[in-house]
Design a binder for this molecule. Structure first.
Ligand SMILES: [Zn+2]
Ligand SMILES: [Zn+2]
Length: 134
């Protein structure tokens, strides 16, 4: 049986790196799938995208759960980066408004979206496939 006696933080960072790569690959996959499933049109403003512009079209998760990727695309919506920003911006505003009394809840729900934001920023900088979503 394999005995690994490296210290925990070392393993943790490897696990995190693994998870990160995994997520990036999955995100690429679902974006491609979504682009095949849906017409290349922003679901909010109706702008059409093709060629190079296509990188401005991002996949939004209707339930905001990036792990929920049904193959039929029922949780996906194609949004241009501007409408996508709007979508999340509006939500954050609504959330902080609703939870104005308990700041703890606000920061918690905030936190659940932050890791993805960070990841996607990372993705953006690593691939030149353009913005991948929010
Ligand atoms: Zn739009
Ligand atoms: Zn989104």
């Amino acid at each position: 049986m394999p005995k690994k006696k490296s210290n925990g933080s070392d393993q943790l960072s490897r696990v995190v790196a693994d998870a990160r790569r995994h997520m990036q690959e999955r995100e690429k996959t679902y974006r491609e799938k979504a682009l095949k499933l849906f017409p290349h049109v922003c679901g909010r403003c109706g702008r059409e995208f093709s060629g190079k512009q296509l990188r401005e079209l991002t996949v939004h998760h209707r339930d905001h759960n990036h792990d929920n990727n049904p193959p039929d695309g029922s949780n996906w919506e194609l949004l241009c980066i501007y409408c996508h920003d709007n979508e999340h911006g509006r939500l954050e505003v609504a959330e902080s408004y609703d939870n104005s009394r308990s700041t703890r809840e606000t920061s918690e729900s905030d936190f659940s979206q932050r890791p993805f934001a960070a990841l996607e920023a990372l993705l953006k900088s690593k691939t030149d496939g353009g913005p991948e979503g929010k």
